[in-house]
Every structure is written in structure tokens, then in C-alpha cells.
Design a protein around this ligand. Structure first.
Ligand code: CA
Length: 392
């Protein structure tokens, strides 16, 4: 046994019902949830990770994958070898994993291992990834969820003004509630903002087939969108490529794709202008750095997706620090931070020093590892399932 031998893995399922359920194009979200992982080593250094739970994803699936498939391959192993352990976990689960909750479970372990590596070496994870290209990042507001469904353009316009008054200069609008309703929402928001300095993006969460996805893209051509996200289902790689050829707006996607293998399929098909791996489901830092390298070589920007807890946000911030400019110029586009403004108790309450926006930017932590300190009281308050696996 060495100082960094893995001696325990704990899995916490946390859930919080929402006072007011909200909808995105795929359904109603009634709770926020996550599968959190704490890995302990002989030295006493501990790392935290998160398996992202989508709005409709039961967090117990990733928890089961962790306990039954992954943890037996981790206890007694060297935590300083995240790449070796990633391959071990991936090979073990290839025939029943590769995507979805199993990859989210691998992601949680991987994030925790990189957290341990950073803490052991006394450097932030961005240093391990090659260094920080930036010390802060511009956040964009992700919101505009629905309380009724259709016909909410006036309320959503008021929400856009509130985001602007809160200091956001970029915001992403949830669409996918019918092409006509979507167009009305965007017209209402543009009229209320009446400010070309505010950048807008749209996200339909793959609500449409190719024909309506193209129809919507043409109808929104006047909004000078920064990107059009998940226009069609993630399986329709050719559809993505067709939209890129047909529309002028940059096409974004990838939050429902996984690992370098999955993203390679998208890059080979010229499916994306902007790749959006989620650290909590793409396979953690080990997969994200592979995806970043391939994206860079293919002329694709990387802008990570994040909708999870403060742990996933911390992972996203470290990764964003490490992303080089995709298309270099003096005034090149920088990656921006997805900043979900919907209610989520596992953000501000989960870490000792919650993120703050100062002068329109969020600072990237420079402390070792993920650079965060977890409030265990918050986990104890919301945990519905806890599994402790200890090296015997
Ligand atoms: Ca999205």
C-alpha cells in the first residue's frame, strides 16, 4: 500500500423536490438530484466527484453502476493513475455501458481522482491539464424554463430583462415547445431586451425532426444567435451535419454524447461547430481532454455543458481554464460558463464558498484539485441513499 492507495469509496444519492416543477421540451422536472462520490486514500487526501443526473434521470442508476461494477476495480488501486483506472472501468463496462448513466458513474470517479491528484501535488486541476489559459470566465444564463408550457412569451421576456439586470450579457433560451411558440418567444425576448450587446443562444433539447429544426433555424436567422443547441436527437448525426450545411447559425451539441469514442463519431461527420461535453457524464477529465484534443484538430470549439451541482460546476471551471482558443485571433471567442439559474439546493449550499459573478465574470478557483470545500451537512440533509465501500 502507498500513500495514495484508494481505501474507501462512498456514494451519496442526493435529491431535493422542487417547490415549483418546471418543463423543458422533454418533460417536467420535479426534483434536482445527483450521485456524488467521495474517494479516500491512505494518506487522508479525499477527492469529490459527481455523476450528472439529467432532469429526468434517476440518480440511483449511476449509484448502482458505481457500487456493483466500478468500486470493486478501485479499492486498493493507486489514485494517482486516473488514466489507467479510466481504461479499467471503461473496459469492464464496455458491453453494457459506453453511454448514459454508466458513463456518468465513470465520470464521477474520474473527477474525484483528478481532485485527489491536484490536492496531492498542491495544484489546481487546470495545471495538470497543461495550465490555465484564463483565470475567469464569462457566465451565460441558462433559464427560460416553462411553468405552463406554451404561451409564456411575455413572462419569458420579463425573465430576460431580469438576467440582463443581474449582469448577464449572454443567455440561452429553452425552446422546443412548437415552432410557432418558439418564434413568438424569441420575438418577445428580443423586443424586451432591445440590446444588440446581449448575446442569445437557443436550445430545443432535440424536440424536432430535421424539417422543423431547419424551419426554426431559418425563422431565427435575424437574431444573430451565438449557437443553436441540440437541434435534433443525438442519434441523428447526419441530421446535425445537414443542419450545419443548411443554416448559417453555429450548431452545438454533445451533452448527450459520451467519451472520445462518441465524440469522434460527431467530428468525423462534421456534425458540430461547438462541442459540449459535460464533465459529469462524458467520462470526466480523462475523456474531456481527449475530446478537446480531437475538437481542436477538427476546428471545433469546445464549450462544456454543466447543469449539475457545485461539484460539476467546479469541474467545468477547471476544464474551461484549460481550453485553448479554437480559432486564434486578437478578439477570438472564448469559452463561456453555463450558469443555470433554476432552483438547485446543491449549488450555493453544497460548497463553503459559492460562485459569485463580479463585473460579469466568475473567477476560476486556483486552490488545489477542484478548489472547493464540501458542506457535509447539505449532503446529510438531502441524501436518500449512502453506500460505503471500504478496503478490507
Ligand atoms: Ca442543453
Amino acid at each position: 500500500m502507498t500513500a495514495l492507495t484508494i481505501t474507501a469509496v462512498e456514494v451519496f444519492v442526493v435529491k431535493a423536490p422542487l417547490d415549483t416543477p418546471f418543463a423543458f421540451s422533454q418533460g417536467w422536472v420535479h426534483q434536482r438530484a445527483a450521485t456524488l462520490v467521495r474517494i479516500s486514500t491512505e494518506s487522508g487526501i479525499q477527492g469529490w466527484g459527481e455523476a450528472f443526473a439529467q432532469g429526468l434521470e434517476p440518480p440511483e442508476i449511476a449509484a448502482a453502476a458505481l457500487s456493483h461494477a466500478l468500486v470493486p476495480r478501485l479499492l486498493g488501486q493507486d489514485a494517482l493513475s486516473p488514466g489507467v483506472l479510466w481504461q479499467s472501468m471503461y473496459n469492464q463496462t464496455r458491453d453494457h455501458g459506453r453511454k448514459g448513466s454508466v458513463m456518468s458513474a465513470i465520470s464521477a470517479v474520474d473527477i474525484a481522482l483528478w481532485d485527489i491528484c491536484g490536492k496531492h501535488l498542491g495544484v489546481p486541476i487546470s495545471t495538470l491539464l497543461g495550465g490555465a489559459h484564463r483565470q475567469s470566465v464569462q457566465p451565460y444564463a441558462t433559464g427560460f424554463y416553462r411553468l405552463v408550457g406554451q404561451g409564456e412569451s411575455q413572462r419569458l421576456a420579463e425573465e430576460s430583462v431580469a438576467h440582463k439586470e443581474a449582469g448577464f450579457t449572454a443567455m440561452k433560451v429553452k425552446l422546443g415547445f412548437g415552432v410557432r411558440d418558439d418564434i413568438a418567444v424569441m420575438e418577445s425576448i428580443a423586443a424586451a431586451l432591445n440590446d444588440p450587446a446581449v448575446e442569445l443562444m437557443v436550445d430545443t433539447n432535440h424536440a424536432y425532426g430535421r424539417r422543423d429544426a431547419i424551419r426554426l433555424g431559418h425563422a431565427l436567422a435575424g437574431h444573430d444567435l451565438r449557437w443553436y443547441e441540440e437541434p435534433v436527437v443525438p442519434e441523428d448525426v447526419e441530421g446535425y451535419a445537414q443542419l450545419r450545411k443548411t443554416l448559417n447559425v453555429p450548431i452545438a451539441g454533445g451533452e448527450n454524447e459520451h467519451s472520445g469514442y462518441g465524440f469522434n463519431t460527431l467530428f468525423r461527420a462534421d456534425a458540430l461547430d461547438i462541442a459540449q461535453p459535460d464533465l459529469g457524464s462524458c467520462g470526466g477529465f480523462t475523456a474531456a481532454k481527449d475530446i478537446l484534443g480531437m475538437a481542436q484538430a477538427n476546428g471545433v470549439m469546445v464549450n462544456p455543458h454543466v447543469w449539475g451541482t457545485a461539484i460539476a460546476q467546479a469541474a467545468s471551471l477547471q476544464f474551461i481554464a484549460s481550453i485553448p482558443i479554437a480559432h486564434h485571433s486578437l478578439f477570438a471567442a472564448e469559452p463561456i460558463l453555463e450558469y443555470d439559474v433554476s432552483s438547485h439546493p446543491f449549488r450555493r449550499e453544497l460548497i463553503a464558498e459559492p460562485w459569485q459573478m463580479h463585473d460579469g465574470r466568475v473567477a476560476i478557483p486556483s486552490r488545489p484539485g477542484l478548489g472547493i470545500e464540501i458542506n457535509m451537512e447539505t449532503i446529510e440533509q438531502y441524501q436518500t441513499q449512502t453506500q460505503r465501500h471500504v478496503l478490507s
